[in-house]
Design a protein around this ligand. Structure first.
Ligand code: COA
Length: 161
């Protein structure tokens, strides 16, 4: 991912948010916030032959404590026009490779139980469900605004690190 990709990345992020099943966030961040919070070595985009960005993945550290330096939380978003084509899987594989190469041992995420596509994608790329968090937070936007929702905590522990 290059800074020049940001507008498209942000658009795909917002499109995912608008599904109501991707995240508790109500709107995509600006570049400064994204850039500050995501590790620079693990920001990936998938692009078509003409350079159009059709998906992205990135990670944030989960803790500032040195012992957890190898644990990150990821996001993966694919443009609605390009879903179901294996792009999410390719992005996750790229993320697994780049993080493992830097000694990161656990990738985790929280997924709404209703997000079937995300669950299927993650379970088929080596993630497991750690547990279900009950009414962990409330939606602040969309048709479910104000509702408490559960999330599934998922993780992939690298077998090699
Ligand atoms: C979740 C998401 C990233 C999946 O990306 P994708 O490129 O469509 O997924 P892929 O084509 O790589 O498919 C991966 C697996 O998920 C399955 N899948 C994809 N879309 C599906 C759907 N709508 N329902 C059920 N399974 C689905 C595929 O069949 C495939 O499984 P298989 O390998 O066993 O056939 C994409 O749907 C998306 O961006 N959604 C909106 C944002 C979002 O929810 N992000 C995740 C937040 S946790």
């Amino acid at each position: 991912m290059e800074p020049a990709d940001w507008q498209q990345v942000q658009g795909i992020y917002q499109e995912g948010i608008d599904t109501g099943n991707a995240t508790f966030e109500a709107s995509a961040p600006d570049w400064e916030h994204f850039d500050r919070s995501r590790l620079p070595g693990h920001r990936h985009v998938a692009a078509s032959a003409d350079g159009t960005v059709v998906g992205w993945a990135a990670v944030s550290p989960v803790s500032a404590r040195p012992v957890y330096a190898g644990v990150v939380e990821h996001s993966v978003y694919v443009a609605s026009s390009a879903r179901g084509l294996g792009i999410g899987e390719a992005l996750l594989q790229a993320l697994i490779e780049s993080t493992e190469n830097e000694g990161i041992w656990t990738i985790q995420a929280s997924v709404f139980p209703e997000n079937e596509a995300s669950l299927k994608l993650h379970l088929s790329t080596g993630f497991t469900i750690v547990g279900r968090r009950q009414r962990i937070a409330r939606m602040t936007h969309g048709p479910l605004k104000g509702q408490w929702r559960d999330t599934l905590l998922i993780e992939r522990r690298s077998p090699g690190i």
